[in-house]
Design a protein around this ligand. Structure first.
Ligand SMILES: [Zn+2]
Length: 218
């Protein structure tokens, strides 16, 4: 089976996305790009995550042509392909329907860098104006709003994140939801909200990477 390990990884993160409450039922979708071939392993449409196996994951090329797999890919494949086209360094894309981030999208407010775990997002997370799911218009609006960030909220719909790996893209999806939850709670409590600025976000990443490098050299 083509890209067996990558397909397994897509299944694992799909299950994790469901078990951690970022999606319900069959909503949301995940893809990962194989570095060697450039092919995409993407979750299939309309299949319960607990029933999904690697053989159900579809392999497609960057034009959207199915290369391997008996199922149809997610209807949001154009969205995934648009992110890969716009971000050559992207190795994975996660599309969730998490509740608090979607709520923030409804009121058309970006998510500021309110928690340290959002430092990797590249800046405040914007909202893409509503477009019909599964359309090229949605894909276009998402990448346009996202710009150089690694996440975007889709109005009336959900969240898209990307990263160099599935682990990175999934972590960011989790932290976007956590950040939106905390931000909305703070807003309801009243008073001003302390936000991290972009230089501090970069500093957080520098300290984090220096710590990792220090660990590696010991
Ligand atoms: Zn969706």
């Amino acid at each position: 089976m083509l890209l067996h390990e990558l397909r397994w990884e897509v299944v694992r993160y799909c299950r994790l996305m469901a078990s951690t409450g970022l999606v319900r039922l069959t909503s949301g979708n995940i893809s990962a790009r194989d570095q060697e071939t450039g092919l995409i392993a993407v979750s299939p449409t309309s299949l319960a995550y607990d029933e999904m196996s690697p053989a159900d994951v579809v392999v497609a090329d960057l034009s959207g042509r199915v290369i391997d797999g008996a199922r149809r890919p997610t209807s949001e494949l154009p969205l995934h392909l648009a992110v890969y086209a716009d971000h050559p360094e992207a190795g994975a894309v996660v599309h969730s329907h998490s509740v608090h981030a979607t709520a923030l999208g409804l009121i058309d407010e970006e998510l500021p860098l309110v928690i340290i775990n959002l430092a990797g997002a590249g800046g405040a997370i914007p909202v893409a104006p509503y477009q019909t799911p599964g359309t090229p218009e949605l894909a276009e609006a998402a990448v346009k709003a996202m710009g150089n960030r690694k996440a975007v909220m889709l109005q009336n719909h959900g969240v898209v994140t990307w990263g160099g790996s599935l682990g990175e893209a999934f972590s960011l999806a989790t932290y976007v939801e956590e950040g939106a939850h905390i931000y909305l709670a703070a807003r309801m409590a009243g008073g001003s909200v302390h936000k991290l600025d972009e230089p501090e976000a970069r500093h957080i990443l520098d300290v984090y990477h220096a710590t990792l490098a220090g660990r590696g050299s010991r």
